[in-house]
Design a protein around this ligand. Structure first.
Ligand code: HDE
Length: 711
């Protein structure tokens, strides 16, 4: 109901209309001449003074009577809700899914059968172990949870950027998470697995070994959310109109390509910009290049499942893409910011149980456990079974009616007399009925067996796919896995914990085991731990598992850092900027002062970063456009020297002009170190060549040299 309260204030306040969240109209006081509404209490009472609480005398006590003060403080005191027990640190974004190929043969789900249909969606990316205020570039799995607001209800794929998991049974999840998060007595380390408790649990949980290969690989330190794959992990079911079911695994493939950073870079990014991943996504959307993913499915039937080398219900196993190709049937773009972080990113509630007709579950014990956990955790976190009324969680693409009622914060309540079924009240909008034809039908799978707490023998092979992952990596990626294991285990205080892990590695790859044992300085190679079944050495490499082997061929979507000084060549900068734009990339200017620099033609260029706020770890490649004076000055500056030496050590391409050589030299890069990744820029042609080379992203050979130099 519209109220005319604004008018009660007489001539001082004007009255406007507004729409409240629940859609009812109202009227708004406007502060004359300001264009802003008058501040009110939650009860709608206009506030006259928001700077001073009500007190007795100028220096006397504050009065309880001040309802505005009390309401404001009371509300503030209750602003926080519990953070997620895992995946606390997240970043949400809206997008649209479009189906390009119908899966009608396999499913009735409209989102997967109506080609061209656009479905709104919401994605929340996250790290797993760190608290909400931790940093983006932890070595960790990334959550990639997607909610599709379909015409038949909300469908969630609560995915990760890694296609397998640490454990085979949900009953182990609390132990895994306890071990991975801060140790309970001291409350640290934050957002990292490099500590005794985690590796102790892992060493005693051989089923985690495949996942460990992934988390120690570059997959766990992505360059950006935009360059990550997403995986539904479990086998799900698709059910068609005849009630027949097949298995399905869901895949998201970034059209921007895959990319990761180096560990040394990740450590520095966390200091330079703890929000690196969220800022990257925010900027990409703002700059008009929103990221896109292909949506793919691996479909296979029960026959395939019965004959596959591993159990398709085991979430520590993949089905190699070479064996069952990923069929691309749709695409999604993430192109819209949230309006409010709390309302959307924090309050969004995903649940593996949110499926629509035509999509079902397999008996994967991890999935079955998740189906319980997500609904349960939302009640704790959001405080009421009515969390589905929060706009980000409510269905958007379809009407919804039921007789669920009451509870805390009930925003939607049944109207009229009927709130049960069956009933003999008149049919109508407030009297919904189940529909046997279009309603959700569970797949009628035959199941029989003895009740028991058991683990299937078909889940017993813990090393063969770990080995397959390792041998599918390029040599530089294998080196990173070895380095990561040595780093993490070196943080463990107990030698037996370090040794036990090497005992597992001996079942995966002898060289890896030896390299790690050597890196840890172990006196001898530990004995292999006892394995339930021997490792299969006949599984062929799966090229789809490598990031580097499938690297992008262009610099599109990447970021160039251009370090300039006063008197830098304007013509070359212009050519660079044009080249970067043509390549679909972006750039940032870094200068000794944030005010920017005056170029050699007298023009002024603005800086985005002052040199110590824009280290080279924030960029995919860098350029040094320095005049002699600028180079001489920066050669004395620690952060400028780090800018260059880090870019070099991180195997990045570096464009430079002759006048910048003193800085390169001061950064410790002598003549003998000048490799083909350092590219002299002199004109538009060399600039174009440089940007083309940058498409390779890194000069990996250099990393061996740099590490050797350091040894
Ligand atoms: Fe989760 N997981 N999980 N998980 N998970 C949660 O739900 C859980 C697992 C994943 O951005 C929680 O709302 C159990 C696998 C993502 O809001 C909780 C098990 C995969 C997110 C929960 C798993 C995931 C969560 C905590 C083992 C990849 C973030 C807050 C059986 C396929 C969603 C919440 C977001 C969040 C339970 C294992 C992905 C506690 C019991 C495997 C992306 O319910």
């Amino acid at each position: 109901m519209a109220q005319k309260i604004g008018q009660e204030k007489g001539a001082a306040a004007q009255v406007g209309t507004f729409e409240t969240e629940t859609g009812s109209g109202g009227e708004l006081h406007q502060l004359p001449g300001s264009g802003s509404p008058v501040l009110t209490t939650q009860q709608g009472v206009p506030v006259a003074d928001d700077q001073n609480s009500l007190r007795v005398g100028e220096r006397g006590p504050t009065l309880l009577e001040d309802f505005h003060f009390r309401e404001k403080i009371f509300h503030f005191d209750h602003e926080r809700i519990p953070e997620r027990v895992v995946h606390a640190r997240g970043f949400g974004v809206h997008g649209t899914f479009t189906l390009t190929e119908s899966l009608e043969e396999f499913t009735t789900a409209k989102i997967l059968t109506e080609v061209g249909e656009k479905t709104p969606m919401f994605v929340r990316f996250s790290t797993v172990a760190g608290n909400k205020g931790s940093f983006d570039l932890a070595r960790d799995v990334r959550g990639f949870a997607a909610k599709f607001y379909t015409k038949e209800g909300n469908w969630d794929i609560v995915a990760n950027n890694i296609p397998v998991f640490f454990i085979q049974d949900a009953i182990k999840f609390p132990d895994l998470v306890h071990a991975a998060k801060q140790e309970p007595d001291r409350g640290f380390p934050q957002a990292q697995t490099a500590h005794d408790n985690f590796w102790d649990f892992i060493g005693l949980t051989p089923e985690s070994m495949h996942m460990i290969m992934w988390t120690m690989s570059d997959r766990a330190i992505p360059r950006s959310y935009r360059f990550m794959e997403g995986f539904g992990v479990h086998s799900f079911r698709l059910i068609n109109a005849e009630g027949k079911a097949v298995f399905v695994k869901f895949h998201f493939k970034p059209r921007q390509g895959l990319q990761s950073v180096l560990w040394n870079e990740a450590v520095k990014i966390n200091g330079a910009d703890p929000d690196f991943h969220r800022r990257d996504l925010w900027d990409a959307i703002d700059l008009g290049s929103p990221p896109e993913w292909d949506f793919g499915v691996q479909i296979f039937d029960d026959d395939f499942a019965d004959n596959f080398e591993f159990d398709v219900l085991d979430p520590t196993k993949i089905i190699p893409e070479e064996q069952v190709p990923v069929r691309i049937v749709g695409r999604f773009v993430l192109d819209n910011h949230v309006d409010n972080f709390f309302a959307e990113t924090e309050q969004v509630a995903f649940c593996t149980q949110n499926v629509v007709p035509g999509i079902g579950f397999s008996n994967d014990p991890l999935l079955q456990g998740r189906n319980f956990s997500y609904l349960d955790t939302q009640l704790k976190r959001l405080g009421s079974p009515n969390f589905t009324h929060i706009p980000i969680n409510a269905p958007k693409g379809c009407p919804f009616h039921n007789f669920q009622q009451d509870g805390h914060m009930a925003m939607r309540n049944p109207k009229g007399r009927v709130n049960y079924e069956p009933n003999s009240w008149a049919a109508g909008e407030n009297n919904p009925r189940a529909d046997p034809n279009t309603g959700y039908r569970h797949f009628g799978e035959e199941v029989n067996g003895r009740k028991a707490q058991v683990r299937s023998e078909t889940f017993a092979d813990h090393y063969s796919q770990a080995r397959q992952f390792f041998i599918s990596q390029t040599p530089i990626e294998q080196k990173h896995i070895g380095d990561a294991l040595v780093f993490e285990l070196s943080k463990c205080e107990r030698i037996d914990i370090r040794e036990r892990i090497v005992g597992h590695l001996r079942h995966i790859d002898q060289t890896l085991a030896t390299v790690v044992a050597d890196g840890l300085g172990l006196p001898a190679l530990p004995e292999p731990v006892q394995a339930a079944v021997p490792t299969r050495t006949d599984l062929p490499p799966s090229p789809a598992l490598s990031i580097v082997a499938r690297g992008p061929e262009s610099f599109a979507g990447r970021k160039l850092g251009i370090l300039v000084s006063d008197e830098a060549p304007a013509k070359l900068l212009k050519a660079l900027v044009a080249g970067v734009k043509a390549a679909g990339a972006v750039y940032e200017i870094i200068a000794p002062k944030i005010a920017g620099a005056t170029l050699d033609d007298g023009s002024q260029v603005e800086a985005k970063q002052k040199i110590d706020g824009g280290p080279s770890v924030l960029y995919d490649a860098v350029v040094l456009l320095l005049a002699p004076d600028g180079a001489a000055q920066l050669a004395l500056d620690k952060t400028a020297k780090d800018f260059v030496s880090d870019a070099y050590a991180h195997a990045k391409f570096i464009g430079y002009i002759e006048d910048a050589l003193p800085l390169i030299d001061a950064a410790g890069i002598g003549e003998a170190d000048m490799d083909e990744g350092l590219i002299l820029l002199s004109n538009a042609e060399t600039v174009a060549g440089f940007l083309k080379t940058c498409g390779a992203l890194r000069l990996w050979e250099r990393e061996y040299k740099v590490d050797l130099d350091a040894a």
